[in-house]
Design a protein around this ligand. Structure first.
Ligand code: ATP
Length: 349
């Protein structure tokens, strides 16, 4: 099962540039979380800080008793092996076949025999739907396939925590829907704790159990998906609606004059209450996600402390007797993407 990641009071600057301050959150064990935020708000810096590749000047990141900020490098290095990382561009070596790219962490970090490495690599290649493409070079396949190869490589060391940095960047909406399903299927199969950094509203609406948002050098919010999806916080509402009107401007923050002009202008049509799309369920034939029952207990236990709109949304989800993610549970129909099979090998995704 995945392990919890506890972030406490994390503050990071580069010289005089403050990236974010006092970020605290917990990634619950085995659950899927998404971190949103306009470009440049430090989401990638946050991921790198979780694995100890960047050093925040204050705060702690606790993973299985090790503080990824302040512990000795040896402990951080060992604990990093519990993480699987999927970078934006797949970060593959251009001169190596997909097989060798995916085998790389096993050859680097373990003493496994080649036969064992082959078994593991081929298994992961199958999970991400790339069987048949293992002999190709990264330059010979599409961006979507490279991303899936990057995901396969993130999986070879059996990670308990998976971090994905904009897994959808450069993908069309259909490929993004397949990828969303792949992430949920993966969670059902390995029960790892997952954190996905994305701008993609479809992923944000359908994949995570929890969502957070970084903005103006702070964590605006982090909690059960219903909290962010029903939030009336202007920056959250603007981001989720993909509107120009609101505090977020082209260079992240609008100046006071622009905001004043917007306030004086006739208001655009109100968005109305946002509908919460059901969360994706694992593909048919896969086990239910084990995180679902744990999340239900956790979220119902914190109901009193949540804003009324989020409380109502959560009560609605669970009142039908439906447990999202449990196949066949009433009131939990998945989105169309939930029933799509994985793309066939070499499909060019
Ligand atoms: N190693 C570094 N040294 C100095 N500044 C850095 C470093 N890494 C990132 N930054 C700065 O930190 C800020 C946040 O960058 P980051 O890549 O984390 O943003 P992001 O939210 O992931 O953006 P995007 O959504 O566009 O990928 C940027 O201003 C960037 O220039």
């Amino acid at each position: 099962m995945g392990i919890e990641v506890v972030v406490e009071g994390l503050t990071k600057s580069f010289g005089k540039q403050r990236i974010w301050r006092d970020v605290s959150l917990t990634l619950p064990a085995g659950e899927v979380s998404v971190m949103l935020g306009p470009s440049g708000t430090g989401k990638t810096v946050f991921l790198k800080s979780l694995i100890g590749l960047l050093k925040p000047e204050r705060g702690r990141v606790l993973v299985d008793g090790v503080d990824m900020v302040n512990s000795p490098e040896r402990d951080i290095y060992e604990t990093r092996k519990k993480f699987g990382l999927m970078f934006q561009d797949g970060a593959l070596f251009g001169s190596m076949s997909l097989f060798d790219n995916i085998a790389f962490p096993l050859r680097e970090h373990t003493r496994k025999k080649e036969s064992e490495i082959r078994r593991i690599v081929m298994e992961r290649i199958e999970v991400v739907g790339l069987l048949g493409a293992e002999g190709k070079l990264p330059g010979e396949i599409s961006g979507g396939m490279r991303k899936r190869a990057g995901l396969a490589r993130a999986l070879v060391l059996d990670p308990q925590i998976i971090l994905c940095d904009e897994p959808d960047s450069g993908l069309d909406p259909v490929r993004t829907a397949f990828l969303s399903q792949l992430l949920i299927d993966l969670n059902a199969q390995i029960d790892a704790t997952m954190l996905i950094v994305t701008h993609n509203l479809d992923i944000a609406a359908t994949v995570p159990d929890n969502m957070g948002m970084l903005y103006r050098r702070e964590l605006v919010t982090f909690g059960p998906r219903e909290v962010l999806l029903t939030s009336e916080e202007p920056v959250v509402a603007q981001f989720l609606a993909g509107r120009r009107e609101g505090p977020i401007g082209m260079s992240e923050e609008k100046d006071a004059a622009t905001l004043a002009a917007e306030a004086a202008a006739p208001r655009p049509q109100a968005d109305g209450p946002r509908a919460i799309v059901p969360q994706l369920e694992p593909s048919p034939g896969l086990p239910p996600r084990r995180a679902v029952a744990r999340r239900r207990e956790r979220v119902l236990g914190m109901l009193d402390r949540l804003p009324p709109a989020a409380r109502t949304a959560i009560q609605r989800t669970y009142a039908t007797g439906g447990t999202p993610g449990v196949p066949g549970a009433p009131g939990t129909a998945g989105t169309a993407a939930a029933t799509l099979p994985l793309p066939a090998t070499g499909s060019g995704t």
